[in-house]
Write a protein that binds this ligand. Sequence first.
Ligand SMILES: Cc1ncc(COP(=O)(O)O)c(C=O)c1O
Length: 391
Amino acid sequence: MKYAAVTDRLAHLGGAKWEMHLRAKRMQAAGLPLIALTIGEPDVPTPPELIASAVQAMQAGRTGYSNGRGEAALVQALAARYTARRGRVITPDQVLCLPGTQTTLYTILAGLVGEGDEVLVGDPMYATYEGVISASGARMVSVPLHPEHGFQMQAADVAARITPASRVLFLNSPHNPTGAVLTRSDLAALAEVAVRHDLWIVCDEVYEDLVFDGVTFVSPLDDPALADRVIVASSISKSHAAPGFRSGWCVGPSEFTARVLPLAEMMLFGNQPFIADMTAQAVSAPSPVAAGMASRFAARAALMHRMLDGVAGLAVNRPQAGMFALVDVRGTGLSGRAFAEGLLETKAVAVMPGGSFGAALDGWLRVSLTAPDDQITEACTRMIAYAGELT
Ligand SMILES: Cc1ncc(COP(=O)(O)O)c(C=O)c1O
């Protein structure tokens, strides 16, 4: 039978990148004890008051059909939250609610680009971006993010890759896997390129609430001059330790949300009202769990830096936000993949090869900071031992 070209474009972009994680899961299922630092799930349960809110809403009969944009109370709550956070008025018609940041990014790109268009995105990048861009039919154009610039995207690197087909500058701040947070001046320089070449700016801000102490988060949505070209996406997955609820949204120009609304309606026919009620409650107050996660993850990144940086050919990039630290293993002579495989097989520590997040990280590992401190300490000890055996 024949299938649409999208299935070919995505054939190698699904689970293949997570091979190391899946291998670790199989080993654990077979009863082998190991320290798993491959993925970043929040290290606390969803706050009980939010579970109670969803349950109450279900019991109150909030289980009927919704509408394509989202339940009125949630759309209002998000407009109020973004108005307060961004310092300019965001109206409900600028909001579209979708199941998680992932679906939201898919919808945004499907609404903005297609075959023949180009999307500029930083390399390294979150593992699904290549797929989400390919799904739209557009071509991904990688913009290298350099460790010597703290993995911040440089406007000159974007400008050098602009072609007549460039349509979208796809940002992620705070960034996964590097933990970099774009500064106001980085953003101003990037915005200047976007305006000069009439690009959309799409920014995945799912880690906004996990910014470490002393770091300032800045969004392109702050800048009224960019109002007609910026779309931001986020969810309660990280901020409220609630990824399974699949509750996300985007905020952009009202013309954009009006144009994309039918796409959301064709896909979903609306979200679940009981999840919308819970999310409205969640986004209307500071998260009860985000600050604790941010301080634990920052402390674990610092611990890894203290233990590993400059030892046995290893170097640690300290994140400014998020759930991961990067370890540069090039000094050991191994690629990230070979190091991760050896570490798993000989020391029972599972980490992701950096290459799963883009060719720029081929010589790196991505290590999740969501495991308890004693496991991070033990994993570092085993990494030093493994690296020591190589040199
Ligand atoms: C950068 C980034 N964007 C999006 C997602 C997916 O978020 P959601 O659960 O809201 O779909 C993740 C999950 O790890 C992520 O790291």
